[in-house]
Design a protein around this ligand. Structure first.
Ligand SMILES: [Zn+2]
Length: 214
């Protein structure tokens, strides 16, 4: 079930123009188990099948079979640091990557930025792809937020489940585009911190309303 959802999501990333070739990777924590499903290394989403999704032991980092994505380090680091995270999506989506190459942290320039948690998107300092240093820097830049950028590389988004992490990947790409375009007009006027606090209240009330059964 979980492996099939990972395949579907990784094919969506390509279809939606959020990744090209084998550059993106996705993982999902298996509920109730110390185990993570992650896309394999070097397989294009269009050629990926559920049987090719790799199961990795969360504590040891050892794959139970196959060869996991080269970025398995930051996926596991995020799950170990954050109990609340059920899925991680990594893309080189064009606008988010452009902002990451400028090594910019995105401030609360638009009300939708509050979807990250505190209204900002930190950019982790540059480290080589697949390195333990990149994994550590990603966990720090993410903090308690739902997304971060990786300098000269791309974006990472997280959520309690795969749908939420995928939705955040789309949102981050749209916000990065809006941020970059507003800089062409001389730069956005950022929201005041008390406006961000108010927005967080609105978002929390909206989310709680969505989660109500009645
Ligand atoms: Zn990457």
């Amino acid at each position: 079930m979980t492996a099939a959802a990972v395949v579907q999501a990784s094919q969506s990333l390509v279809r939606e123009g959020l990744t090209v070739g084998t550059s993106g990777n996705i993982s999902v924590r298996e509920a109730g188990e110390e185990m993570v499903w992650i896309t394999p290394s070097g397989v294009s989403p269009e050629n990926l099948e559920a049987s090719g999704v790799v199961a990795v032991d969360l504590a040891s980092g050892e794959p139970r079979d196959g060869r996991p994505s080269s970025e398995v380090g930051f996926h596991l680091g995020i799950y170990r640091a954050r109990e609340d995270i059920g899925a991680v999506v990594h893309t080189h989506s064009p606008w988010a990557t452009a902002v990451s190459c400028a090594r910019l942290t995105i401030p609360p320039f638009h009300y939708m930025m509050v979807g990250t948690g505190d209204g900002t998107l930190e950019c982790a300092p540059y480290h080589p792809p697949g390195s333990p240093q990149l994994a550590a820097a990603t966990v720090v830049a993410l903090g308690q937020r739902s997304a971060c950028l990786l300098a000269n590389h791309g974006a990472v988004t997280v959520g309690p489940n795969l749908d939420a992490a995928m939705g955040m990947a789309r949102e981050v790409e749209a916000l990065a585009q809006q941020f970059a375009l507003s800089r062409l007009l001389g730069g956005a006027v950022n929201l005041e911190s008390e406006e961000v606090v108010h927005l967080r209240e609105i978002f929390t009330a909206y989310r709680d309303g969505m989660n109500r059964d009645d």
